[in-house]
Design a protein around this ligand. Structure first.
Ligand SMILES: [Zn+2]
Length: 152
């Protein structure tokens, strides 16, 4: 047996029990499925609740989620963000884009194999965590920047 959450064209919601999903479709097509409240036979399945992964899915659970907001930001927030974005742009002017070699370069500077210089680039979350664990001072770029074309 299979139970479906059904609703009619009037918006009444009710449960229907069927032998199988084919059975449900056959009965519905023949007008045998009707709303117990108003008797109308224009019924449909209610949208299923999203499946909740029970186990073996910790990978996607561990994926970091971005914080977002929608709607108008107050002007003081917009101004503050603009000031920060400009400060970041200014700081990065003296810094060299190293693309996805960031972890490699940052590590070699940290261990004295390369001269210290400001750099910025891309690192995976794992690389960033490893670097922080090794005591390498790295920080995320607050405002996404467009990578320079010549390194693509
Ligand atoms: Zn109804």
């Amino acid at each position: 047996m299979i139970v479906y959450d059904l609703f009619c064209s009037e918006g009444h919601r009710f449960e229907g029990w069927f032998g199988s999903s084919d059975d449900y479709e056959r009965q519905r097509d023949r007008g045998l499925v009707s709303c117990p409240q108003c008797g109308c036979d224009k019924v449909g399945k209610a949208p299923m609740a999203p499946a909740v992964p029970t186990k073996g899915n910790s990978r996607s659970d561990a994926r970091p989620k971005a914080q977002m907001s929608r709607g108008e930001m107050p002007p003081e927030v917009q101004n503050a963000l603009k000031v920060l974005a400009e400060a970041q742009a200014k700081a990065l002017e003296k810094s060299t884009w190293v693309g996805d070699k960031f972890a490699e370069k940052a590590r070699s500077m940290h261990y004295g194999e390369t001269d210290e210089a400001p750099i910025h680039g891309q690192a995976t979350r794992d690389e960033a965590e490893d670097m922080l664990a090794e005591g390498i001072s790295v920080a995320p770029i607050l405002f996404p920047i467009a990578p320079p074309d010549e390194l693509n």
